[in-house]
Design a protein around this ligand. Structure first.
Ligand SMILES: *Cc1c(COP(=O)(O)O)cnc(C)c1O
Length: 366
């Protein structure tokens, strides 16, 4: 048996008639940017997340960058970020001209540890950027409380958690704003790049809308030095089709995760994901930990099972941040995670038999 880490083609095959219809609808319309599909998608995303506004942009990175810009965060400012996230979270802060200030995660949930945030706040801090890593919501109540205490803004990085819930509320509606990614491998993925901002703040939504389109609200009137970060009508139409399927697909992931959890419990040296009380994850990734991770990954590869490491190098040790003076042991939890995490195959088109095979191989390899 072969178990690829994630296959994207089956999503097309399952939705082919609807996606093909969307393609023809857009091509026949003769309108390819900033049109009806985008407007409709924005309404549907806002409804889904439970926010008043959604602004669709070119990528998840752009979504974060444009929000920080719209908030006036830049040179001389600091933004608190997790030490163990995908580098895009940090890059958004860097693009805006501000400095990312890493805070270590909780070792149970891998999400930002609220107790450690206070110690990282300085007079230059303007915002906190929690990530709902692997699909599990960060502990937002204490994060919002700390933010309010210190007059900070909160931007959720919801790239991996579209459809998750925290104490019954959707992620994407919990902070002052949220950034979403529609990268093809995400739970709600386009057939190319895409992203969105959700917020209840009308002024912020208006400003991000301008920033994505050359800083303009009225054609050829440019209020800001904006960017070009527009999602085309084809991708918007495809995403509308896929949004209809998202809950069903996230439920399939939940069922597969349950099989992993039930059958992998008690294996020596293997740490399974833990979902906090009140949190509902999207299972974007099913991440285990093992002290001899590299050896385990090799055995699984030999058995035809695709795995990935999210992420092998924490941002503070990557070349991109070499100029910041960080060194080994500065963020030991992020480094420990980088050395031990392993993402098992997960996705809506993985079969229960394939998951069973992964379980069997893991039991034989540990
Ligand atoms: C995918 C991802 C991003 C970036 O999204 P893009 O659409 O690829 O720009 C940001 N943060 C996290 C946590 C991600 O997983």
């Amino acid at each position: 048996m072969r178990v690829p880490f994630l296959e994207l083609k089956p999503t097309y095959e399952e939705l082919k008639p609807e996606l093909d219809a969307a393609y023809h609808r857009v091509m026949d319309s003769g309108w390819y940017l900033l049109g009806q599909e985008l407007a409709a998608l924005e309404g549907e995303i806002a409804d889904y997340c439970g926010t008043r506004h959604a602004v669709v942009v070119g990528s998840g990175l752009d979504a974060m960058h444009l929000v920080l810009r719209a908030w006036g965060i830049g040179t001389g400012h600091e933004v608190i970020v997790p030490s163990n996230t995908y580098i895009a979270t940090w890059l958004a802060v860097t693009y805006a001209g501000a400095r990312p200030v890493p805070v270590e995660p909780d070792l149970q949930t891998y999400n930002l540890d609220p107790d450690k945030i206070r110690g990282a706040i300085s007079p230059r801090t303007r915002a906190i950027l929690p990530v709902h890593l692997y699909g599990q919501p960060a502990d937002m109540d204490p994060i919002m409380e700390i933010a309010r205490e210190h007059g900070l803004l909160v931007l959720e990085d919801n790239a991996q958690a579209f459809g998750a819930r925290y104490k019954g509320r959707r992620t994407g509606s919990l902070g002052d704003a949220a950034a979403h990614s529609f990268y093809p491998g995400k739970n709600l993925g386009a057939f190319g790049d895409g992203g969105a901002v959700t917020t209840n703040d009308a002024e912020l939504a208006r400003k991000v809308r301008m920033l994505r389109n050359y800083g303009s609200e009225i054609k050829y009137h440019h209020e800001y030095c904006g960017f070009n970060s527009r999602l085309d009508e084809l991708q918007a139409a495809f995403l509308r089709v896929k949004l209809n399927r998202l809950d069903e697909w996230n439920q399939r992931r939940q069922r597969l995760a349950q099989i992993y959890l039930e059958n992998l419990a008690g294996i020596d040296g293997l740490t399974l994901p833990r979902i906090a009380e009140g949190a509902e994850t999207t299972w974007h990734l099913f991440v285990v930990r093992h002290s001899r991770r590299d050896e385990l990954q090799k055995r699984l590869t030999a058995a035809g099972i695709g795995t990935l490491i999210h992420y092998p190098i924490p941002p503070h040790l990557s070349g991109a941040y070499a100029g910041y003076g960080w060194k080994h042991s500065d963020f030991p939890i992020a480094e420990e995670l980088a050395n031990t995490v392993l993402s098992l195959p997960m996705g809506p088109h993985l079969s229960e038999a394939q998951v069973g095979y992964v379980v069997q191989c893991l039991k034989n390899s540990t």
